[in-house]
Design a protein around this ligand. Structure first.
Ligand code: SF4
Ligand code: SF4
Length: 74
């Protein structure tokens, strides 16, 4: 079974560059980028632990499971 994949959305207009998200990310999918903003280094490394989303004081991160298949009809 293929491993689940995740999209990590960062709202940069809310981000205050505290660094907590990339400090806590266990796989370093998120790393420190320019001017202390978080940078999604490798989305494929994200394991969907939600630590970054939960620790962000500005609620600037949204992690969603990626939907690979397109749903057709009902
Ligand atoms: S959900 Fe977990 S693995 Fe994915 S970017 Fe956030 S802290 Fe890193
Ligand atoms: S935890 Fe939130 S506010 Fe802090 S650097 Fe990450 S995205 Fe920005």
């Amino acid at each position: 079974m293929p491993r689940k994949k995740y999209d990590v959305e960062i709202n940069f207009s809310w981000c205050k560059r505290c660094g907590l998200c990339y400090w806590i990310c266990p796989t370093k999918a998120l790393v420190e980028g320019d001017l202390l903003y978080p940078k999604l280094q490798d989305a494929n490394k994200c394991i969907g632990c939600l630590l970054c989303e939960n620790i962000c004081p500005e609620m600037a991160i949204d992690v969603e499971e990626r939907k690979e298949a397109v749903e057709v009809g009902k």
